[in-house]
Design a protein around this ligand. Structure first.
Ligand code: SUG
Length: 456
């Protein structure tokens, strides 16, 4: 049956700000404390969605998780009216207030891992919401995401939305940012490629000796293995790999900062993995063993350290481009790159080389998501890819599918409800919560989905 790749983007929320909450994410650290522009951020995200939809690629939008989360502040001991909760948290534990105000739910590549029905044992689409346990401000997204995905993908005969993995450090799971599906085409069965940064459980209880490292990996091997089991994947069509510690130290906190794949194309940096030759060999072997003879050959495209360093990659986010198959072209692909790559001479040269070679990447376009980039989230961080048959697409909630009319309604909604500027100090403003609530109420009407009742 014909399948499509749906891109599911998160709307940037009204509390988008730069609080420097993510150790190992160098762009978030670099912009900590600067003034954010929530309205511009949300409009940039919407413009990206519209751009993808205009290519004929199905595009959907998820509502933002509402912040500040007074529910979470209550759970950690700040009680009283909402205004009292914000005032106490701001006075006694400002770092916890900022964590409970983060708009980080916008990065839906971290919301879940998705396996299409052609890869799973029971022929349904499986999704595991990411627990995001490494960082507190992200961990508070997990339950809401699970509720939301169960609402958007409600048909039990088509979709299974698992619970997030157990909330222990051993199962730290950051979702699709560390997962890539490779296949002859979206119609075909594929290989699922899981990348982790560290072991979660070590025999005998001693911590693995990784030497003096700057940053720790987020995703654990155990988390990736658990997701593959839950989804009922064929072990012969699953490949696990470990990030290189050098990449993590250079700011590659998720694998999607250093590699991107689509159908049979896999673009990666030569220093992305601990054992790159072994990883590429396993992917090639698994690809060659895929059923059917229409799959074509696996096409790895390597970027060498001498043309683009790891530090370059985590500054310009070349690999965090969206690699999209262009409908009606016989398999041509577009690399939708952040404008930051256009302004980076070495990245520009790599992109020109890739388009000049004989491979399916026939063009590069640039998209401005600078507000998100300043927190370390590029174009690919803002979307969750869900490969669906036409029947599955028809059975998901239709109110989130982006049309020109929905885009325009959402733009007007952003103009009405979002502040132009927001500083970290503004997060203590009690009016912010009421503004977010009003925005959420209006959004329920637009998307025909629960926004408020999922919120904590
Ligand atoms: O988890 N930044 C996010 C960026 C996520 C990017 N996603 C992918 N690579 N798929 C993170 O580090 C920063 C928030 C702040 O500092 O205010 C933040 O959470």
């Amino acid at each position: 049956m014909h399948s499509v790749e749906l891109n599911l983007d998160g709307l940037v929320g009204p509390t988008h700000n730069y609080a420097g909450l993510s150790p190992g994410n160098l762009l978030s650290a670099k912009h900590a404390g600067s003034v954010a522009h929530p309205r511009a951020a949300a409009l940039q995200g919407l413009a990206k969605m519209r751009h993808v939809a205009a290519l004929g690629i199905p595009q959907a939008v998820l509502p933002p998780q509402l912040r500040p989360s007074t529910g979470w502040l209550n759970r950690i001991g700040f009680t009283g009216t909402d205004e009292e909760v914000i005032a106490r948290a701001s006075a006694e534990a400002p770092a916890l207030l900022t964590a409970c105000c983060s708009a980080s739910g916008m990065w839906t590549a971290n919301s879940a891992t998705v396996s299409p029905s052609s890869d799973t044992a029971d022929g349904r689409v499986h999704m595991t919401p990411a627990n995001l346990t490494t960082l507190f401000h992200r961990s508070i997204e997990a339950d809401w995401t699970a509720n939301l995905l169960r609402e958007v993908f409600a048909s039990r005969s088509h979709f299974v939305v698992h619970d997030p993995l157990p909330g222990a450090a051993a199962f730290s799971d950051e979702g699709a940012a560390n997962h890539t599906r490779l296949a002859g085409s979206h119609d075909d069965p594929g290989i699922e490629f899981f990348v982790h940064g560290r072991d979660g459980i070590v025999e005998g209880g001693t911590a693995p000796n990784q030497g003096p490292r700057r940053f720790a990996g987020r995703q654990t091997r155990e988390a990736s293995e658990a997701v593959a089991r839950l989804h009922g994947l064929d072990p012969g069509r699953v490949v696990f790999a470990r990030q290189s510690p050098e990449a993590i130290d250079a700011g590659v906190f998720h694998n999607d900062v250093i590699a991107v794949g689509n159908e049979r194309v896999f673009l990666y940096h030569e220093q992305a993995f601990e054992d790159a030759a072994g990883v590429l060999g396993s992917l090639g072997n698994a690809f060659a063993a895929l059923p059917g003879d229409e799959t074509g050959t696996f096409l790895p495209l390597c970027v060498q350290q001498e043309e683009l360093t790891l530090e370059d990659a985590s500054a310009c986010y070349l690999f965090n481009s969206q690699l999209l198959t262009l409908p009606g072209t016989g398999g041509d692909m577009l690399l939708l790159a952040p404008t930051d790559c256009r302004d980076h001479p070495r990245a520009e040269r790599v992109l020109s080389r890739l388009v000049g070679e004989s491979n399916p990447i026939s063009r590069v376009e640039f998209i401005d998501v600078r507000q998100s980039m300043r927190n370390g989230g590029g174009p690919a961080c803002l979307r969750l890819r869900v490969v669906l048959t036409e029947d599955e697409l028809a059975h998901m909630h239709q109110g989130v599918l982006l049309t020109e009319a929905l885009h325009d309604r959402l733009s007007a909604w952003v103009h009405e409800h979002y502040r132009e500027e927001l500083s970290v100090a503004d997060l203590a403003d009690p009016a912010l919560g009421a503004e977010a609530l009003a925005a959420g109420q209006a959004l329920e009407d637009i998307l025909q989905i629960n926004v408020l009742s999922n919120a904590e």
